[in-house]
Design a protein around this ligand. Structure first.
Ligand code: ZN
Length: 317
């Protein structure tokens, strides 16, 4: 079976033909146009997929399209209710629209849930039954797999793990609440914290690293820490604390077999993971026999969303 898996991101829509073994055959990218109406954007997407199908012939026919969509969905009815990346999208029946244009079955899922499905079936979660995925990018997304099945709540809205409370009356969050994990543990939050310290300490190693790079991203703090900069060390230490406190909460609720981390910050790999593992070990719920909380980096990287969206058609693993 070959399915087109699509990942709708803030900057672009990426898709690929994916086999039921999780192999990516060919892909396409459609730039996101935030000014365009939803009708225009989805019509471009339909044309792009149609064109892709017409120009790529495989031994097996393409038999469906799965989409990972950020925002609030009514999965059962195929409707995108709203999306933070696309402010103009509202109550659009993407399943009805695309299936009439493409004559193929269409399925949708929350984007972080898609990433969790991809990692669960083909990535770092494949040896486990209970998995929590955290995506550390613009925001903090969450996906929950329980007993090998996606748990995505009422009408498939998805698990908004990034909007669990870390600090009462804390930092402002994009969702309208204060103190959400996302406001501390997203790549955006780390970038903001880094910018603040650079402004206060223009002669620091941290500032020099950012100047050399010509911008501030989540990696600057880690590079500064690696260069023994005390500010970099503080940023990384605080970041590890914020994220790990979130992970501890989810561990106490779900005790999953493994946490899988993806997104920009997770690219720090073992440098980040080893510090998180140490924090978790030192702060885990008090019983001495508690199993170690496993934390791994997503193996499929930026492909996990596409692969997971396609896997909506692959049945139970
Ligand atoms: Zn929030």
């Amino acid at each position: 079976m070959i399915i087109i898996g699509v990942d709708i991101g803030g900057g672009s829509i990426k898709g690929a033909a994916i086999t039921s073994k999780g192999k990516i055959l060919d892909g396409f990218t459609l730039p996101m146009d935030k000014e365009a109406s939803q009708e225009v954007m989805f019509s471009r997407l339909a044309d792009t997929i149609k064109n892709f199908i017409d120009t790529h012939k495989y031994e097996e026919e393409i038999s469906g399209v799965g989409l990972g969509v950020p925002g609030i969905l009514d999965k059962a009815n195929g409707i995108v209710i709203s999306s933070p990346n696309m402010p103009t999208w509202s109550n659009f029946n993407i399943v009805k629209y695309l299936s009439s244009k493409l004559n193929l079955p269409i399925k949708i899922v929350n984007d972080a849930s898609a990433a969790a499905l991809g990692e669960a079936r083909f990535g770092s979660g494949k040896d486990y039954s209970n998995i929590i995925m955290l995506t550390l990018g613009t925001g903090v997304g969450g996906g929950i797999i329980i007993n090998n099945e996606l748990y995505d709540g009422y009408k498939g809205t998805g698990a908004q793990l990034g909007h669990a409370l870390l600090e009462l009356n804390g930092r402002e969050c994009g969702c309208g609440r204060r103190g959400c994990l996302e406001a501390y543990a997203s790549a955006t939050a780390l970038k903001k914290d880094t910018e603040k310290l650079i402004k206060e300490n223009p002669d620091s190693i941290l500032a020099k690293i950012a100047n050399k790079l010509g911008k501030v991203n989540a990696k600057v703090a880690f590079d500064a820490d690696r260069a023994n900069c005390p500010l970099g060390h503080k940023l990384v230490t605080d970041y590890v604390m914020y994220l790990s406190e979130g992970i501890l909460d989810y561990a106490n609720i779900f005790r999953p077999d493994v946490f899988v981390l993806s997104g920009g910050v997770a690219n720090e790999g073992e440098y980040l993971l080893s510090r998180i593992r140490k924090y978790l070990k030192d702060h885990d719920y008090g019983y001495k026999d508690a199993p170690i909380i496993k934390v791994e980096q997503a193996r499929l990287g930026y492909d996990s969303g596409k692969v997971g969206a396609a896997s909506l058609f692959f049945g139970r693993r």
